[in-house]
Design a protein. Sequence first.
Length: 146
Amino acid sequence: MLKLTKTKLILSGLLIMLLVYSTDRFRHVVGSQVITGKFAFYIDELVKEEQVVFPIIEYTIKDSTYQFRAKENTNYGVGETVPVLLINKNPDLPLLYDLSSFWLYPLFYFLLPLLIWVSFTMSYIGKNEIIEIGISAPYFRKVKKW
């Protein structure tokens, strides 16, 4: 029988979410190739009635030049080199491989599930209660602390 306090339950949920996040990020890295691309130019687009600027990154593989649109409102200097990650070494599946675009930006998608998990845990478990998790029914239950 596993006994979890409110803090342990929040931390275990955070650990599971970080494991899912890091697995997803490393899934992109394994078997991929990092090459150097260059900033080419900016394009302006109307997105949801708002003017947004996208940088266009250019890279060359075997005498073929490819372009892709990076994350909006990212600033680069003319001819600045940037790391590009080719997923499964496929030139048609590029990702900008820098700290903010590849590692930090996807973390925002894990903030909402984390907030929901913390809210659920804080509201479900009382001040003097713990959760018992077992293999026989009921699989989990709240009990009073001693």
